[in-house]
Design a binder for this molecule. Sequence first.
Ligand SMILES: [Zn+2]
Ligand SMILES: [Zn+2]
Length: 293
Amino acid sequence: MTASTASSRYDEALDAIAAGNPSHASVIGSLRGLVAARAELAESLDIPGLTALLEKDKSLFLQGAPLLPKARIPLDAKVLKRCRERLVPEMARAFPKAAKAIAALDVAFVSGRMRLPARLKRYLVSESLPEAKALKSVGTTPEVAMLYLSQIAKVLAEAVGRAVGGHQVLDGWTQGYCPVCGGAPEISYLEGKEGRRRLGCSLCATTWRYTRVACPSCQSTDHDQIELFYLDGKPQERAEACHVCKRYILHVDRRENATAFIPALEPLGLLHLDMIMQGKGFTPASAEPAVAG
Ligand SMILES: [Zn+2]
Ligand SMILES: [Zn+2]
């Protein structure tokens, strides 16, 4: 598939989401350029050394070891340069109020005042950001650092996800986290006549089959502890909350729906459910687990 067909597929899926959720249309509109840029990069990036890194013992995989844990995604200088050059202008367009702080952080990385590979590595390992003081000294903020690093991390992980999707069979995976990068899911959906359930990774956008009866975050199968939330007249878009682990996952029923669909984009149409669930004290399934100790 060429880069341009990838971005038009993304455009169609965003159109469908905006049509179904007109109140989010302006947010979706402002993110369009950034989403298209990510899709094009993820389709076309060639990550060096990937094939060797993905050689994995099948029995370890079946026991729950992801193919390429996100902390081990290769950070190649040329690849990072391409990501920066394509994504930074789109980030500024999507978030015009932060454009100056985005440019300032980019200058810090290009000039070497901050080291992008090291910062990205720490972000991939534990979502940690440079200290606020260091960010302030180069004219930027933690929010902008989070945006910048998360967009590049997502593109690299999606490029890995696509490469794997073409070569490896993910069947046999039974975990609630991603078989490719180990990331947490951000979307759950039902598809096909039989209503098979799949989860979509919040980082690399890989999707995988998962049992319909368990919470992806804690694997609890106690039905009495799962509560469903949806708006009147829209039961096909809902949040499934687990009272055991206090997490929720966004969920869409795609069995009767033939509109363009890219699972990783669906959360953009479900922002209202995020607000409701977080207001009730639940944490998204996609949030990193709290580090023990
Ligand atoms: Zn993943
Ligand atoms: Zn749970």
